[in-house]
Design a protein around this ligand. Structure first.
Ligand SMILES: *[C@@H]1O[C@H](CO)[C@@H](O)[C@H](O)[C@H]1NC(C)=O
Ligand SMILES: *[C@@H]1O[C@H](CO)[C@@H](O)[C@H](O)[C@H]1NC(C)=O
Ligand SMILES: *[C@@H]1O[C@H](CO)[C@@H](O)[C@H](O)[C@H]1NC(C)=O
Ligand SMILES: *[C@@H]1O[C@H](CO)[C@@H](O)[C@H](O)[C@H]1NC(C)=O
Ligand SMILES: *[C@@H]1O[C@H](CO)[C@@H](O)[C@H](O)[C@H]1NC(C)=O
Ligand SMILES: *[C@@H]1O[C@H](CO)[C@@H](O)[C@H](O)[C@H]1NC(C)=O
Ligand SMILES: *[C@@H]1O[C@H](CO)[C@@H](O)[C@H](O)[C@H]1NC(C)=O
Ligand SMILES: *[C@@H]1O[C@H](CO)[C@@H](O)[C@H](O)[C@H]1NC(C)=O
Ligand SMILES: *[C@@H]1O[C@H](CO)[C@@H](O)[C@H](O)[C@H]1NC(C)=O
Ligand SMILES: *[C@@H]1O[C@H](CO)[C@@H](O)[C@H](O)[C@H]1NC(C)=O
Ligand SMILES: *[C@@H]1O[C@H](CO)[C@@H](O)[C@H](O)[C@H]1NC(C)=O
Length: 562
């Protein structure tokens, strides 16, 4: 392969711009004598001999039940109907989606604007830079002088259809009602609406969504596969966990398929499917028992703040689109629905005509709408988020300390008190969940660097807080803990937290953790800080208490005392 020095320099500049630490490049020229083992073969052999999954103890979806609603949508037909072919020469996190440039944008304004990074929890996940949270030199690569001994992964399902009764289907119903009551007319940019049908189902993973979880499994095998040798040595298969909702089961299966291969995954990992249903304890679906999560003045203050913001942020857009339609009146709710249709149709059908209706400013406002919703529903601005994230936090500490948890959260002791379903000695843990739970968890872990700055302004984006929803709660978002053995450090057992490839600093939030350019802190210290955090989160009060919360406050995820 012939690579010019200019293209190497260009790549380094790109990497530096993307916020990645440069690999050390030395000018010194050393002569190294080859080691005596050069050329010998090395190999590992997973799965352990004689192991097999246990489908009685770990029954499949068809036996567990509680899949939730599963309405299908229309088959995608992008080869026939998309305005452009999805060539595989763009960002790999988008293939095979087509994402157009925003309305009114011009290539003369420099970098193309990537609309998919402004869709909040509907964005496909993308690598986030450690520099965004204060660690400009950190990389998710294991720091020099350290070895990985254990990896914990909490990850979200990939792209799905809208949830039942979400804005896009209501918008479709509104147009249907108008159509049946005499019709409406459109012109210009809205012409496509004269032929539009609603093709989305509900709740289920889309083909692209499946690929996100499959690819995450491939990536994690590539990054951490060596840790399977611990299972081989022990003669045991790992237990991975998920919830009973259909998309959650499929998420875990696609992850496992990517990680272990098809069809090997069917016999190389036990997948524990925990029931997700109202009233049932489940750390992966804590809102099913935390009843304050659905109370407007408590768990959903973010939704209210986001709606109020949307009511004033899109006036110019409403006016522009309204001027191209008669017989139907657009509201800010419709604008949000159409922006969501851009996100959902793109990830279900391969492209969406709705995307081209909106300007760069509209997409920035759309992201901020999600920022408000998530910061105040599931981030530090929520009174219930720490309580909801406490279940996974307790499970995480239980695994680190090898001692079973007590029930002071939504975790389910029937499983978490049992070595079969909740082993405490794995080198790899992989739990699938929902984005709200991932954010609840980050709040419960007190990772305040992710929310650095004053509480988000309900009226406009002041850009003074490090929190951006699409960076933390996108489709297939993932929160990783690396447990490391670092002879160069004292104590040698260290750990660190990584969200979507960004290393999170904890020196300001976890007392006793030093400032470290790689985000490392002593294992024992983090455990003791988080045990205090568990003790201070009052699950019963936050989830069942009688108090009133409001947007505009950083509660550190915990309910006010009145
Ligand atoms: C559509 O019409 C039905 C029947 O009148 C009504 O119940 C529903 O609320 C309407 N939906 C919308 C979004 O306008
Ligand atoms: C974990 O411990 C159990 C016994 O309690 C043992 O059967 C199993 O092999 C161990 N697993 C690993 C990965 O070491
Ligand atoms: C624990 O989970 C099981 C099945 O997932 C469920 O049947 C049981 O009701 C749960 N326990 C509680 C207390 O919710
Ligand atoms: C946008 O329109 C709403 C409702 O018509 C109005 O209350 C609000 O003040 C307007 N906002 C701006 C920024 O013009
Ligand atoms: C749209 O709003 C105008 C007044 O603002 C009203 O006269 C008209 O009936 C509305 N049209 C529909 C279809 O609701
Ligand atoms: C279920 O969660 C509640 C806390 O909401 C706890 O008191 C109870 O012990 C838990 N039950 C089980 C079986 O985990
Ligand atoms: C957990 O299981 C052990 C036995 O394995 C039992 O002694 C203990 O009481 C159980 N704890 C709870 C909270 O159910
Ligand atoms: C753990 O679960 C297994 C399988 O269901 C069961 O046989 C065993 O009794 C449970 N152990 C405890 C301590 O409950
Ligand atoms: C996995 O195996 C490695 C190498 O033997 C060891 O250093 C590490 O502690 C093991 N991890 C766990 C969780 O047992
Ligand atoms: C959480 O982080 C904040 C700083 O952001 C710190 O003041 C607080 O003590 C931390 N809480 C715990 C339990 O460590
Ligand atoms: C909750 O508190 C409010 C204000 O103090 C009070 O009006 C209300 O009756 C209380 N509700 C319950 C169920 O205790």
């Amino acid at each position: 392969m012939c690579t010019s020095i200019f293209s190497i320099a260009a790549v380094l500049v790109l990497l530096a711009q993307a916020g990645y630490a440069q690999v050390g490049i030395s000018n010194s020229i050393a002569t190294l004598k080859a080691s005596s083992f050069v050329g010998t073969s090395t190999a590992n052999s997973y799965p352990p001999a004689g192991t097999t999954v246990n489908s009685v103890l770990f029954p499949p979806e068809s036996v567990v039940g509680f899949p939730g609603p599963t309405p299908t949508g229309a088959e995608p037909a992008a080869a026939q109907t998309a305005p452009a072919y999805p060539y595989n020469n763009g960002p790999s996190n988008q293939f095979p989606l087509v994402a157009p440039q925003p309305w009114g944008s011009s290539s003369s304004f420099g970098q193309p604007f990537d609309i998919t990074k402004y869709w909040g929890n509907l964005s496909p996940w993308y690598s986030v830079s450690s520099a965004d949270y204060g660690l400009p030199d950190a990389s998710p690569l294991i720091p020099e002088g350290c070895n990985i001994v254990q990896m914990y992964l909490l990850y979200r399902h990939g792209a799905r259809y809208p949830t039942t009764g979400a804005a896009p289907s209501i918008f479709a119903q509104k147009l249907l009602n108008v159509t049946q009551a005499g019709g409406f007319s459109v012109t210009g940019e809205l012409e496509f609406l004269s032929q539009w049908t609603y093709k989305l189902g509900a709740e289920l993973l889309t083909p692209f969504g499946r690929s996100q979880n499959f690819n995450l499994g491939v990536a994690y095998r590539q990054l951490y596969g060596e840790l399977l040798n611990n299972f081989t040595a022990a003669g045991t298969l790992p237990v991975f966990r998920t919830e009973s909702q259909d998309r959650m089961v499929k998420t875990a299966l696609n992850f496992a398929a990517g990680f272990f291969g098809v069809p090997e995954y069917q016999n190389q990992v036990n997948i524990d499917i925990l029931v997700e249903n109202p009233g049932v304890n489940n750390s992966g679906a804590p809102y099913e028992v935390c009843t304050n999560s659905n109370v407007a003045s408590r768990g959903s203050i973010g939704s209210t703040a986001a709606t109020a913001f949307a009511n004033t942020a899109f006036n110019a857009t409403i006016a522009r689109l309204q001027s191209q339609a008669t017989g139907v009146n657009f509201t800010s709710t419709d604008i949000i629905a159409m922006l969501q249709l851009c996100s959902y149709e793109t990830q279900a059908l391969g492209y969406s005509a709705f995307c081209g209706l909106f300007s760069e400013e509209d997409f920035l406002n759309y992201e901020y709408y999600f920022d408000l919703s998530f910061y105040y529903n599931n981030g530090p601005g929520s009174p219930i988020s720490a309580a909801q994230g406490k279940g996974y936090l307790q499970e995480w500490v239980a695994r680190l300390t090898q001692s079973y948890p007590t029930a002071q959260s939504a975790l389910n002791l029937t499983y978490d008190n049992n070595t079969t379903y909740f082993p405490l000695n794995q080198s790899i843990y992989a739990d699938a969940t929902h984005e709200v739970v991932v954010l609840d968890t980050l709040t419960a872990f007190n990772l305040t660097a992710l929310f650095n700055g004053p509480p988000l302004s309900p009226t406009s984006n002041q850009h003074r807080n490090s929190f951006v929803a699409s960076k933390l709660v996108p489709f297939a978002t993932h929160f990783t803990t690396q447990i490391l053995e670092c002879p160069a450090y004292s104590p040698t057992r260290q750990l660190r937290f990584i969200v979507n490839d960004a290393v999170v600093p904890i020196s300001d939030s976890h007392p006793g953790c030093p400032v470290d350019p790689n985000g490392l802190c002593s294992f024992d210290n983090v455990v003791s800080v988080l045990q205090k955090r568990i003790a201070e989160i009052d699950f019963n009060y936050d989830c069942f208490g009688n108090y009133t919360a409001k947007a505009g406050v950083d509660y550190n995820g915990r309910a006010p005392k009145s």
